[in-house]
Design a protein around this ligand. Structure first.
Ligand SMILES: [Zn+2]
Length: 267
């Protein structure tokens, strides 16, 4: 059987204003200003018989994100919904049967509620960490569960539970699409998605890295991590593995691949 190659399209599901401090480990970031970043998901379209796959789902509610997470203004638009973004590719939410969640932060798992047919593929360790977060409840942001939204977690462990597909480590989800666990990096159970394309291996990163130049090329871990050494090793491994590293919150990456990765000849 011929190997399946995939084309990857970024879906723009919102924007948020966040500090650049998130981009680089501790004081290695000299830039402390606030920047507008996209909140992306990724649509994988196969060249063979396989079904399309969605990676991540965006957030559910800008007001809720701001009131709970306090990261700065979040913006939604009618053309930035999952429904509208999938329609650009001739798909509806009912066409999505598989969703891979890189991790369960509010801006990645918040849109699950819009996908009535999908099974949700997530690491068991991530769901456990999201349900019983280790952060201090004294913090005045994050609702006692920094960057996880407990409403998203409640849906996954109750209403959506029959459709939750738990992984324990690396797994091939479809031919040419592999989940790779990077434990205790951005979150306890963050996974990257390795996707085979005609141009090489694309690695969808979630937030394991935020800025390709800083985190991957220079090897400086991002500002938010659980285990610094695990995160440093992850940066080096991704640099070796990825022909196309794809973080979630980088407008340059979005614009570069807006018409699909790999670019088609003549475009
Ligand atoms: Zn994120």
């Amino acid at each position: 059987m011929a190997a399946t190659n995939w084309t990857i399209y970024p879906l723009l599901l919102g924007e948020a204003d966040v500090s650049r401090i998130l981009d680089a480990f501790w004081s290695l970031s000299r830039e402390k200003d606030v920047v507008t970043v996209p909140i992306l998901a990724w649509l994988l379209i196969p060249d063979g018989e396989a079904r399309p796959i969605l990676v991540d789902t965006g957030f559910s509610d800008a007001e809720r994100a701001m009131s709970i997470q306090r990261l700065g203004p979040h913006r939604s638009r009618p053309e930035w919904t999952l429904e509208a973004q999938l329609a650009l590719h001739g798909l509806t939410v009912a066409d999505i049967e598989t969703v891979i969640l890189t991790h369960l932060h509010y801006d990645h798992a918040g849109g699950c509620v819009a996908l009535p047919q999908a099974r949700f593929v997530v690491q068991r360790s991530e769901l456990q960490a999201a349900a019983a977060t280790i952060v201090s409840r004294q913090l005045d942001f994050g609702g006692g569960a920094v960057f996880y939204d407990r409403r998203d977690v409640a849906l996954l462990v109750d209403t959506f539970w029959p459709r939750v597909d738990l992984l324990e480590g690396d797994a091939e989800v479809a031919p040419g699409v592999r989940c790779v666990l990077f434990a205790n990096t951005h979150t306890p159970g963050s996974q990257a998605v390795y996707v085979q394309t005609a141009g090489g291996t694309a690695v969808i990163l979630g937030d394991i890295a935020r800025n390709v130049e800083l985190n991957i090329n220079q090897g400086i871990p991002p500002g938010l991590y659980y285990d610094l050494e695990a995160t440093r090793r992850a940066m080096a491994r991704i640099r070796a593995d990825a022909d196309f590293p794809l973080p979630t919150h980088d407008y340059d990456i979005f614009h570069r691949w807006a018409d699909g990765l790999p670019a088609r000849a003549g475009r």
